[in-house]
Every structure is written in C-alpha cells, then in structure tokens.
Design a protein around this ligand. Structure first.
Ligand code: PEP
Length: 251
C-alpha cells in the first residue's frame, strides 16, 4: 500500500475578520506540529490575500472554499482559478454540502468545477456525503456513487491522480453528531473501492478525509482507521488550540 501523507484542512466557511484571521494564523503558525501531517486552511475569498501574506514562509498551505467553473472574463461576482493561484492558493474545496444543498450546486456543476480546477493545476478537495434521510433509507452507497460517478464521467480518472476526497455525511456537519470511526471507515473504503474499479494505483494513493463535527476529543479515533487519511474541519478550525490538537492527533 502507498504511504499517504495525512492532511488536516480547516474550512473557515463564511467566518472571520481581519483581526481574527491575524490572531488565528499567528497561533497556528507558532504551534503547527512537525509530525508529518500536511496542514491547510481554506479561507473565504476576501481573506485570502491577508492569509497568503501571513502564511508566507510557513508550513501551512492555503486554499479556497469554491471557485468559478469559468476562466477569467465576463462572469460578474466570480473568482477564477488564475486569481486563486496568483494569491498563493494551492487548494480549493469543491462540492461542499453547503454549496450543494443551500447554494444549489448539482452533481454536474460540481463535476465541471472539479475538472476546471484540476485542469488549472489546483489541488482539489472533492466533498461527497449523504443526508440523514438517505442514510436512514440505506442509500448511502448509492448517493456516494452518484456523486463520484458524475465527476469521473466529466473529468476522467486521471484528474483524480493527486486529488483529495472528503467524505462528509451531511448529518454530521456542524451538528455535533460525528460518524463513528466504523461508519467513517465503511464509507471511506467504499469510496476507495469505487475509484479502484477504474484505477487501482490512483485509488491506493488517494487521500480520503473525514469531515463532520471532528473535535480534539474524537479526532484520534477517526484518524486511526485504515482508510481515513485526515480530516476536513469546520467549526473547530476557527480555534487555535482545537485545530492544533486535531492536527496533533494524527499518527
Ligand atoms: C465542514 O464544514 O466541512 C465541516 C466538517 O464542519 P464541522 O467540522 O463544523 O462539522
């Protein structure tokens, strides 16, 4: 099996002020562990220039939370992959459940954004996850397959080489209700198997993060599972001590 470098990514969502970004990144830069984990923060667009400045020379990477599916041009209000790269973003989250279920992104939109971001040379964290009613109806695997297949069909398998998937059950995001390590492992190994049906090598190297109410006190149990390669962290990524404790729980 390939050694997959663990990744812990913070998703700040629509939070933060210039003052809070300064204090959060100051704390993270001082405390980021040297335990082999890759650490990343995904900031709202407006905070990206400041975050890039504050993270310069640090071991912490910078990402965005979404991106336009179009190249630069007449798309009022959008932010392009070129703009993100110009400001030092290496990563972008695509298909977060809040964008799918609150902001109306479909599997097809997500697939186009994924393809465009990969073609532009950005690292992508592709989010997949079922809603509570889908889990309760026994449809978790069907939902994950449909979300994944839409992206594979639009982007092709090669786009997954070096990409990251985040399994984020919608019922666990921001609710305080975390998947058990066993539930997370079952979903992660299912996702890896789906990818392996197309390409074994890519599946083996694919990092699959768990996201959904990860906290300092449940992170180690989740990260200990064989197919859990790190976490995508929402609420707890806004607090220096909590986020650093989660980063330290790996390994
Ligand atoms: C997220 O926003 O991706 C997330 C997992 O949020 P939280 O950790 O707050 O559940």
């Amino acid at each position: 099996m390939t050694d997959r470098q663990p990744l812990v990514a913070g998703n700040w969502k629509m939070n933060g002020s210039r003052a809070s970004v300064r204090s959060l990144l100051d704390g993270l830069c001082r405390g980021v562990p040297e335990n082999g984990v890759e650490v990343l923060v995904c900031a709202p667009f407006i905070h990206i220039p400041l975050a890039a400045e504050l993270l310069a020379g640090s071991a912490i990477g910078l990402g965005a939370q979404t991106v336009s599916e179009y190249g630069n041009g007449a798309y009022t209000g959008e932010i392009s992959t070129d703009m993100l790269k110009d400001y030092g973003c290496g990563y972008v989250i695509i298909g977060h459940s809040e964008r799918r279920h609150i902001l109306g992104e479909t599997n097809e939109t997500v697939a186009r954004k994924f393809r465009h971001a990969r073609d532009s040379g950005l690292q992508v964290i592709l989010c997949l996850g079922e809603r509570l009613e889908e889990r309760e109806a026994g449809m978790t695997e069907q939902v994950l397959s449909e979300q994944l297949d839409a992206v594979i069909a639009a982007a092709g398998m090669e786009c997954f080489s070096g990409a990251v998937i985040a399994y984020e059950p919608v019922w666990a995001i921001g609710t305080g209700r975390t998947a058990t390590p066993e539930q997370a492992q079952a979903a992660h190994s299912f996702i890896r198997l789906q990818v392996a049906r197309h390409d074994d090598r890519i599946a083996d190297g694919l990092r699959i993060l768990y996201g959904g109410s990860v906290k300092a006190d449940n992170a180690a149990g989740l990260f200990a599972m064989a197919d859990v390669d790190g976490g995508l962290i929402g609420g707890a990524s806004l607090k220096v001590d909590d986020f650093l404790a989660i980063c330290q729980s790996i390994g």
